[in-house]
Design a protein around this ligand. Structure first.
Ligand code: CMP
Length: 138
């Protein structure tokens, strides 16, 4: 069993896609074991995306991620890190496969509806960034 962090980004929440994203997880046998709506300030978004600090899109990304509420979830299942990334599709929605969340809904490489951890190490850091052990029903 693996765990991963999912975020429905401010564009996904503002566009009313929270239920749609959750439905895709649940209908693919992915279990949600923690969930909350949060509103990050800039420093919190910078801390979350610290690994991208040197990238040219860092300041735009962190401003976007702190521009409105997000829904954060811990997902559990077999190979859930890869499975979630498959459901999300490529970061750039123009390269994402048909039927993926980003291909269906993203409008921009930055405003791409969802985030998902990309490795067990980042899943562990990212899950711990938003949830303590009492908030995870595992
Ligand atoms: P995410 O999966 O949350 O990881 C980093 C985020 O940076 C990515 O999704 C996009 O929202 C954003 N981003 C903006 N521009 C780029 C880019 N050129 N390459 C990768 N990620 C980008």
């Amino acid at each position: 069993m693996e765990r991963t962090l999912s975020i429905i980004k401010p564009d996904g929440v503002a566009r009313g896609l929270t239920g749609e994203v959750i439905k895709r997880f649940e209908s693919n046998n992915i279990k949600i074991i923690a969930m909350k709506m949060i509103s990050m300030n800039l420093a919190q978004a910078e801390g979350f995306y610290a690994v991208h600090k040197k990238r040219p899109f860092f300041s735009s990304l962190t401003e976007f991620m702190s521009s409105g509420p997000c829904v954060t979830m811990v997902l559990e299942g077999e190979n859930v890190i890869a499975k979630n990334r498959e459901l999300m599709g490529a970061t750039d929605y123009r390269e994402a496969k048909e039927g993926t969340i980003r291909r269906d809904f993203a409008t921009d490489i930055e405003k791409n509806i969802v985030h998902g951890s990309d490795s067990p190490e980042s899943a562990s850091f990212e899950t711990g960034y938003f949830f303590n052990s009492f908030e995870i029903v595992g």
